[in-house]
Design a protein around this ligand. Sequence first.
Ligand code: HEM
Length: 222
Amino acid sequence: MPLRKRLALMAGYSGLLLLGLFILGFAAYSLRFGLRGVRLDLSDVTYIYTPGDTFTNIAIFSHMILGALAMVLVPFQPIRRLRRRFPWLHRMVGRLIVFASAFVALGGLAYIATRGTIAGPLMDVGFALYGVLMLGCAIQTLRHARGRDFARHSAWALRLFVLVMGSLIFRLHYLIWFTLTDGMWSNEHLTGGFDQVQYFGFYIPYLVALEIWLKRRARAET
Ligand code: HEM
């Protein structure tokens, strides 16, 4: 294999490895936070905990647990070799991801309805839209798999993939932004200019890029 190709391959694998580490790190954080929130009184630890409101606490902290589960499982689903060798596993894990992400979305939406996000109405709208899209994609992914329309199933599953990763992308944007600018246009209440772009910027551009890619793929196949 030519050296340039080998280097490109190594760079690709290193990128994937780094992404895998980020996924595992954030999923572990989300799982631990969620497990503590459903069992303990975190009033002194985080504003996300609502003293005396079991429904809201279960909704938001279980969404963190299920979100971690969906995030760790979803990268395996597009791997063709795995799907072909173990179709039953693909179906089983797929169902788990669909149900987990539906409850992640519902938990987040319930929290927004009862408490609202830290930054107020505009962030509420951005995150509520994120939740509605995730719920819609989860339903469509399952519906088209059950209807054995695998072209549509695959497109909706990829949309769901992007949305499940959205929560990590949100944090990665902050990591990159803080490294480059030391937190310009951002504050602890998430109401700065950068924060406001983030309310929508962690999922909409990626969904648009995916739609363009899906259109190109469909055109190439006809
Ligand atoms: C796999 C997907 C998701 C994961 C792993 C996840 C995880 C988390 C975590 C760990 C937090 C705590 C905040 C932090 O420490 O940074 C959080 C907060 C929150 N999440 Fe999610 N989440 C996911 C998807 C969603 C979705 C789809 C919605 C939309 C309905 C949502 C709505 C919220 C809201 C409203 C908060 C509180 C925001 C605030 O006011 O600070 N999440 N999530």
